[in-house]
Write a protein that binds this ligand. Structure first.
Ligand code: C2E
Ligand code: CA
Length: 436
């Protein structure tokens, strides 16, 4: 590493050195194919502290927090002061589970009582946690953690938010109006100038057979990647979701044909969101995409959140019926994270149940999560559905899920989402040629 500069107040790395270190660790993580996590910590109400105790008092508190961080986690992560009241911790070999544990530990350390003269105060913090994604640059990686930290703050602070698990920001008023306009502009640009791509992530059974590949949208404008958690909520409120959705239907169906022509016959799963399914033109758009690609509808599957199936508006229900009549299958996406009434599940015309990552992350240590997953698997099977676990990252999770008799798994443990060329090579290397 190039010479690090130390922040005089805290003895930690200063902002510049943090950024430099992040870039170096990202390169190393890619080289060694190891996970890298960042925790971005922002003290809550720091302005109030400065107003109450003056800047010296504020500095004092900052250095106490820095000492606490160093005492607790110095051996696990590199710590830096990224701005006045913000710190980052960078840890190589930290997957999301370990990073979350560390995040909780840091929160506890920050919350310990603190004495300022005659005053006793308790601090809290907002934290964003991110794990390096494939092909991500250091600045995109840090930006995601910063973004999640802002989400944590906007939700009232005193919490951590894991990047990728944010609640639908726009509806929660989390994304501000200006950011919304900015993202909307970028989406238009991407649609007009070819900045969209579908990456694909395989879903496998325990024998290693590929059951399907899920299309996941990527958006790049001027070389900068905008993550789906950021642009989908904006697409929903701006109505752009219909255009984006039509684009992914066209791409997904074309890819299904391409794979089947290459003898790599596998179902392609396409995500569909609320704004699309509540549009009267949806079934027509799907039909057109299938005809244009000349692909068998049986090679296409749509992934819908459970709440969408429960939506009893005429448009949604008609769309669902037409999709099924076309011979396209349906999967319940992220099951368990919505608030569906179990009684209604029996009427849902889906053939696949995808268990949300939130449950899988806790396996196998969390016995209660194990029980919940076991019950969901049983429920799905009793209803005649194929049960898939999403977000499987470790061998232990995979083994626990095999024991729970899940039919298929998807997650970084087997494969991350990849572009079409990488997918073709990946499928060919696995000998996924048609044998059915
Ligand atoms: P989703 O349908 O729940 O997709 C799964 C997300 O989990 C994807 O995030 C995927 O990259 C990520 N993932 C997969 N395996 C793992 C793992 O082992 N660990 C972790 N940490 N993450 C994993 P992504 O690509 O950011 O997509 C986010 C969401 O955006 C999707 O959630 C889906 O709801 C939406 N989306 C993506 N593409 C499309 C699309 O073409 N159309 C529509 N309507 N929505 C889309
Ligand atoms: Ca999905």
């Amino acid at each position: 590493m190039t010479e690090s500069k130390i922040d005089p107040t805290t003895g930690l790395l200063d902002r510049y050195s943090c950024l430099q270190l992040a870039a170096e660790l990202v390169d190393l993580a890619v080289e060694n194919d190891q996970p890298l996590a960042v925790l971005w910590i922002d003290l809550d109400r720091f302005k109030q502290i400065n107003e109450s105790f003056g800047y010296d008092g504020g500095d004092n508190i900052i250095s106490v927090v820095a000492d606490r961080l160093s005492e607790r986690v110095k051996d696990k992560v590199k710590i830096g002061r990224i701005s006045a009241d913000e710190f980052i911790c960078l840890g190589d070999n930290l997957d999301i589970e370990k990073a979350e544990k560390l995040g909780a530990e840091i929160m506890r350390a920050i919350e310990l009582p603190l004495t300022m003269g005659d005053f006793k105060i308790r601090l809290t913090a907002s934290m964003g946690i991110a794990v390096l994604e494939p092909e991500e640059s250091a600045s995109e990686f840090l930006e995601r953690a910063d973004w999640s930290k802002n989400t944590a703050k906007k939700l009232g602070g005193n919490r951590y938010v894991i990047s990728g698990s944010e609640l639908v920001p726009s509806h929660m008023g989390i994304i501000n109006a200006r950011e919304e306009l900015e993202v909307e502009y970028l989406l238009h640009t991407a649609l007009d100038n070819g900045g969209l791509q579908l990456h694909y992530q395989p879903i496998l059974d325990f024998k290693g057979n590929v059951l399907s590949v899920e299309g996941l949208m990527r958006c790049t404008v001027n070389g900068k990647n905008i993550p789906p958690v950021r642009f989908f909520p904006v697409a929903e409120v701006s109505g752009l979701i219909v255009r984006l959705g039509e684009w992914s239907l066209l791409q997904g169906t074309r890819q299904a044909l391409h794979l089947s022509k290459a003898g790599l016959s596998t179902t392609v799963s396409i995500n569909v969101s609320r704004g699309q399914l509540s549009d009267v033109r949806f079934a027509q758009a799907l039909h057109a995409a299938i005809i244009l690609a000349s692909v068998k509808p049986q090679l296409i599957e749509l992934e819908l959140s459970e709440s969408l199936f429960m939506d009893d508006s005429d448009v949604v229900q008609t769309n669902l019926r037409t999709i099924r009549d076309m011979g396209v299958s349906l999967a319940i996406d992220n099951f368990g994270t919505g608030f569906s009434c179990l009684a209604n599940l029996k009427d849902i015309p889906a053939t696949k149940l995808k268990l949300g990552r939130a449950f899988i992350m806790a396996l196998p240590e969390d016995r209660r999560a194990m029980s919940v997953v076991k019950a969901m698997v049983q429920l799905g099977k009793d209803l005649g559905m194929t049960v898939i676990a999403e977000g499987v990252e470790t061998k232990e999770q995979m083994e626990a899920l095999r024991e729970l008799a899940v039919d298929g798994i998807q997650g970084y443990y087997y494969a991350k989402p990849m572009d079409v060329d990488t997918l073709s090579t990946w499928l060919t290397d696995r000998g996924a040629h048609e044998s059915k």
